[in-house]
Design a protein around this ligand. Sequence first.
Ligand code: AMP
Length: 394
Amino acid sequence: MSDSILVINCGSSSLKFAVLTDEGQTVLLEGIAERLGESNSTLTFKKEGLKESISLPEGTHKSAVAEIKKWLDNRPTILNSLTGIGHRVVHGGETFSQSVLIDQNVIDGIAECANFAPLHSPAHIIGMYAAIELFPGVPQVAVFDTAFHQTLAAEQYLYPIPMALYRQHHFRKYGFHGTSYRYISRRLAEIEPNSLQQGVLVAHLGNGASTCAINKGKSTDTSMGITPLEGLMMGTRCGSLDPSLLSFIADAEGISSAQALDVLNKKSGLLGISELSNDCRTLEDAMASGNESAKLALDMFAIRTAKYLVSTATTLDRIDHLVFTGGIGENSSYIRAAICQQLKAFNIHIDSDKNALRGATMNIESAQSQTKVWIIPTNEELMIALDTINLIRQ
Ligand code: AMP
């Protein structure tokens, strides 16, 4: 078996993993540990279409990595082919502008960024220590969601607040989904090599959602900020709004600002408006049955996405390509059509028959469109595996 890479993505209460081989092209195994930190944690393995779930009595990230190791111990062909482990890291602050081999300095650097991602960074670090202990001698790589956006100019990444706050506390826009945007830029260049010299606008629309402008292969602006709360309306996040609302909500509801922030992170967005669900598919089904709130939530999502696409596009000379990706971007023809409807003034038009298709890489613009419009399924695991392979080979 050719070299394989274990990709680990530790979230606050979950751990997703995959083993990729053939230069990242083949997924041998994937799975997820869910409800970590609770009494009913489970670990699910998926291999060749078969699913197997076990309970995780300890319910920790470390016990999840230990069970993955145990599973691999029983499949020595895969275990012996493992040449590296790639970890997804949400926040690399200003310290990390590219993927790096993990050593103690790197772990310390990730810990220093933890105040910006307090739920994720500690989980990443636990996952790294567990993997280092359980897979001794296997090189480990950290791949950062923020790294791709380190090319933003100061005019784009600074907030118009006192400069001392930036100097002392590094309060600035960092942006996220960078691994996805890097993959999209690379994949588009495989199909359209000229795109590396052109202006590309990407909408990564999933439960978390953001936009990115990529000029000549480099990120020039993105909608998310110091945390993934800024920018687009999302599944449960409000996106950008007047910051005064935070204290209005806290005062009106008699809650702390941390609790008010929780409302904006976990109870807003599609869920807050529809009062039904954060899930686009559920809302589309409800809309089809006449639910007006579901339609309002979806239409607001589309309109606000279009606004941010235009705003991020101000860093491009031309919008040569518009790419939709993420669970919603790849699958929802309703949302894509509603977004492009708002972009007519920018000469972006899609073909409704092509837009009805989904799932594969394809272009869906109509003949009159001055911008090529694409659906490209993202593949962050592949990007993490490729970075891991490249760093190990260096
Ligand atoms: P992600 O976070 O990228 O996994 O995307 C999750 C979002 O994609 C959820 O809101 C899903 O409802 C949405 N999604 C997935 N498949 C479809 C579909 N066929 N139609 C509409 N939305 C979908």
